[in-house]
Design a protein around this ligand. Structure first.
Ligand code: GAL
Length: 426
C-alpha cells in the first residue's frame, strides 16, 4: 500500500516535471521561431520614449530574430501621428500595430471603418477577460467584440508643481478654481506665470479639466452622452471660468512646441503649476530624474478631487498587415503582467491589468493606484475616451477661436453643432 502510494507520488512529480519541461520547450520554440519584421507606430518619441523603449527591448529579448521598427511621429497626444496614420490606413499601408486611445478614438474611426481585426480569441486564449477592469473592456468593445489591448491607464486631471517653489512664493496648492484665481493674482505680483500652457491640444486638455470642475461628474458625463447641451447655461459657464484661467497662463503658449516646454517652465521656476496628464510624472522621473514628492508635487486639478479622469493607451491588430504572428506576440507581451510592469513605471501611468505588481511603482503611481480604486471615473475628451475624432479634431478650432475672441456664446453654439454632427448621444 505504502509502496504504491510512493509510486503514485513519484509518477505525479515526474509527470509535472515533464509537462513543465514540454511547456517551457514549446514556449521557447514558439518564441525562437518568430522572425521577419514588426513595425510599431506611436507618438512616443524623444522625452516620451523611455517606457516604449523598455517594452521594445523586452520584445527583442524574447524574439531576437524579429527586426522591430519603432516608427514614431512626435507630437503630444498624437496630433501629428494621427494624421500620418490616417494616410497610411487609407492608403492600404497600415503599420503592424499602432497606439490608439481606448474609447471613441479607436471605435469611432478604425473599428467602424472595418479596418481592424477583433481580438476576442486573443483575450480568451490569454485569459484576459477578468484581468482588466470591466469598464475598460467596455471601452475597447463594439458590437460584442474587443478591438485592442490596453497597456496602461493615465490620469488626465492632475495639477503639477515644485513643492519648494510653492513654499518660496508663499502660495497654497489650490483646491478649486476660485482658490486658484487668488493664487494667480499673488503669483502675477511676483512675476511668476501662474499656470504653464502649451499648444492647442494642451488648451483642450485644460478645457476638459475646467469642464469637469464646472459640471461635476454627472454633468460631465451627460455632456458626452448628449443629455446636456453645450448651449445649456450650465455648460456655457465652463467658458467663463476657462477664460479666467487662460488669463493666468503664459502668453507664448501657442508657440511652445509641446507639453514638455511648458512643463519645463514649472521645473525652472518660471511658472507655478501645470494641468497635465500623468505622463508628466513619467517624464519627471525617467528623464529629469526627480523624486516624486520632493522634486515635484501633484494634486487633483482644481475642483476635481475624488474624480479620476482616465484615458488608456492601447494597440490593435489592423487588417491586412504583413507580420501578423509577430504582431500577436507584441499584443500578448503588452497585455502581460511582465509587459505592463516594464512599461508603466517609466510612463507615469498605472497598469491596466488588475494583477500587476504594485511594488514596482513609485510614490506618485501608488497614489494614482489608490485613487483609481476609490474615485469616480470619467473619460478624457482630448485623449479619445469620450468623443469621436470627428468632434475633437474640430473642437480644437473652436478653442483656437475662443482663445482669440473669448466669445462664450459663439463657442457654445459651435460646440453644440459639432456634437450633433459627430453624433454625440446617438
Ligand atoms: C496622450 C497619451 C499619453 C501621452 C500623452 C502626451 O494622448 O495617451 O500616453 O503620450 O498623450 O503625448
Amino acid at each position: 500500500m505504502l509502496k504504491s502510494r510512493r509510486f503514485l507520488a513519484l509518477a505525479i512529480v515526474l509527470a509535472l516535471v515533464l509537462s513543465f519541461a514540454v511547456n517551457a520547450a514549446n514556449t521557447a520554440q514558439a518564441q525562437a521561431k518568430l522572425s521577419g519584421k514588426l513595425e510599431i507606430f506611436s507618438w512616443w518619441a524623444g522625452d516620451e520614449a523611455p517606457a516604449l523603449d523598455a517594452l521594445l527591448k523586452l520584445y527583442n529579448q524574447k524574439y531576437p530574430d524579429v527586426k522591430v521598427t519603432n516608427a514614431t511621429v512626435a507630437g503630444g497626444s498624437g496630433v501629428a501621428a494621427k494624421a500620418v496614420l490616417k494616410t497610411r490606413m487609407l492608403g492600404g499601408n497600415p503599420p503592424d500595430s499602432f497606439q490608439v486611445h481606448a474609447g471613441q478614438e479607436l471605435i469611432g474611426t478604425w473599428v467602424v471603418a472595418d479596418r481592424m481585426e477583433p481580438l476576442d480569441s486573443l483575450f480568451a486564449s490569454e485569459k484576459w477577460n477578468d484581468k482588466f477592469p470591466k469598464d475598460l473592456i467596455g471601452l475597447l468593445s463594439y458590437k460584442g467584440h474587443i478591438w485592442s489591448v490596453p497597456v496602461n491607464i493615465h490620469r488626465s486631471n492632475v495639477l503639477w508643481y515644485v513643492p519648494d517653489n510653492i513654499k518660496k512664493w508663499g502660495v497654497d496648492v489650490p483646491k478649486t478654481w476660485d482658490d486658484f484665481f487668488k493664487v494667480c493674482e499673488t503669483l502675477k505680483g511676483k512675476n511668476v506665470t501662474p499656470l504653464a500652457l502649451g499648444p492647442n491640444w494642451t488648451a483642450m486638455h485644460l478645457w476638459e479639466n475646467v469642464a469637469l470642475a464646472t459640471l461635476g461628474v454627472d454633468g460631465y458625463r451627460n455632456l458626452w452622452a448628449g443629455k446636456l447641451k453645450f448651449t445649456d447655461p450650465k455648460a456655457k459657464a465652463i467658458w467663463d471660468t476657462y477664460s479666467k484661467v487662460l488669463d493666468c497662463t503664459n502668453s507664448d503658449a501657442a508657440s511652445l512646441g509641446d507639453w514638455v516646454p511648458a512643463a519645463q517652465l514649472v521645473l525652472d521656476g518660471k511658472a507655478a503649476f501645470q494641468v497635465m496628464g500623468d505622463w508628466w510624472a513619467g517624464w519627471a522621473v525617467a528623464v529629469k530624474k526627480l523624486e516624486p514628492g520632493t522634486g515635484f508635487g501633484w494634486a487633483p486639478a482644481p475642483g476635481t478631487e475624488g474624480v479620476f479622469m482616465m484615458l488608456s493607451d492601447s494597440f490593435g491588430l489592423p487588417k491586412n498587415i504583413p507580420d501578423k504572428e509577430n504582431t500577436l506576440a507584441w499584443l500578448k507581451l503588452l497585455g502581460s503582467v511582465e509587459g505592463q510592469d516594464a512599461f508603466n513605471p517609466l510612463k507615469g501611468s498605472i497598469p491596466a491589468r488588475l494583477d500587476a505588481d504594485p511594488s514596482k511603482y513609485n510614490k506618485y503611481s501608488q497614489s494614482a493606484l489608490a485613487d483609481w480604486k476609490k474615485d469616480k471615473i470619467v473619460g478624457s475628451l482630448t485623449h479619445g475616451a469620450v468623443a469621436p475624432e470627428a468632434f475633437s479634431s474640430q473642437f480644437s478650432t473652436v478653442l483656437d477661436v475662443f482663445i482669440g475672441t473669448r466669445d462664450a456664446t459663439l463657442a457654445a453654439n459651435a460646440s453644440q453643432q459639432l456634437a450633433i454632427d459627430a453624433g454625440i448621444g446617438k
